[in-house]
Design a protein around this ligand. Sequence first.
Ligand code: DP6
Length: 403
Amino acid sequence: MPQDKMEKPYLVTCTAPVNIAVIKYWGKRNEELILPINSSLSVTLHQDQLKTTTTVATSKSFHEDRLWLNGKEEDINHPRLQSCLREIRRLARKRHNDGDPDSSDSTGLSQKVRICSVNNFPTAAGLASSAAGYACLVYSLAQAFGVEGELSAIARQGSGSACRSIYGGFVQWIMGNKDDGKDSLAQQVEPETHWPELRIFVLVASAERKPIGSTSGMQTSVQTSRLLKHRAESVVPSRMVEMIEAVRRKDFPAFAELTMKDSNQFHATCLDTYPPIFYLNSVSQQVIHLVHRYNKYYGETRVAYSFDAGPNAVIFTLQEYASEFVRVVQHFFPSDTNGEGFIKGLPVKSATLSEELKQGIGLEPMPKGINYIISTKAGPGPRVVEDSSQHLLSSEGLPKKTV
Ligand code: DP6
């Protein structure tokens, strides 16, 4: 079709958050549908600091589906991406066939899509970009095709952890037990407004990419680790109940202890995998020691850590301890940029550290161990961006120059 006859595309832009699991998902019972061997629970991080933005365009003039990620055209035929697209189109068709007058017409359903997606944080920082990415993709496609209702089961088929990014606040992914996965869904436990005192810091330890991706890592763990089987069957079920209770009661010491124990057990199952998988490095170990010594100094649990499939620590603490603990991190990980730009995101008040505290912790400082800190808190789920100047695709359906 000549350019001048091109039908202007329908554009929709959405954003979606990253989440960090405090009860970890590790291991699938069905690879294709992405069904987990245990339930998990996460905190959705605030999109002011970490988010994916996705624009979806549909037009009669498009002849094929296309995809751009962080400025580069990628193959749209990725099986997981195709699962999400297929599911959204199936639901849109169902809605249309059920006679919903608001649903897109049949032409709309057959239209091809163009998808353009960017993260506001470096993918190489090893943060959970696939969770925000697939949650954003599914949410934006649902808007474009007029699909309403349960979206977490579709996001799950893109990346397991993505189902939890469909909601804000504190979110559980219930593993379910059906073979078709219809009951393997995310559910909000409490909204982001529930625990305003909770503060979160991402300590970016290294910009290297993770050595083994979660997908293949957990496959090997399921095949070889008896500890993982024990964890899924005998540890996680009661931990989920305790964690939900701790969140509901805003019981920080209980929340913190469960969070650290669960992170540690996840990394223990990695070591129990054969051949073993290592995600923690010497910086991660130093952070673990630092947190335990800090808590011990005060004789109570004021800070917790959690690590995913990479060396970056995610720190949870309460507002009243936040500024002092950040200064402790700066002291034990001195860096060239310790002043300007070391702390990104929500402001952190200044604090002075007593000699007694420094000596009480008693660790040898590790220069340049941490590149920077992202200061954030719990945040809301995916959103539609109303301002049309924010679309990542032009009215011709191509990425704008700035993407
Ligand atoms: C360690 O969701 O990335 O972050 O389902 O294969 O895409 P796939 O894996 P992914 O695994 C995340 C693992 C984790 C723990 C968690 O987020 O629960």
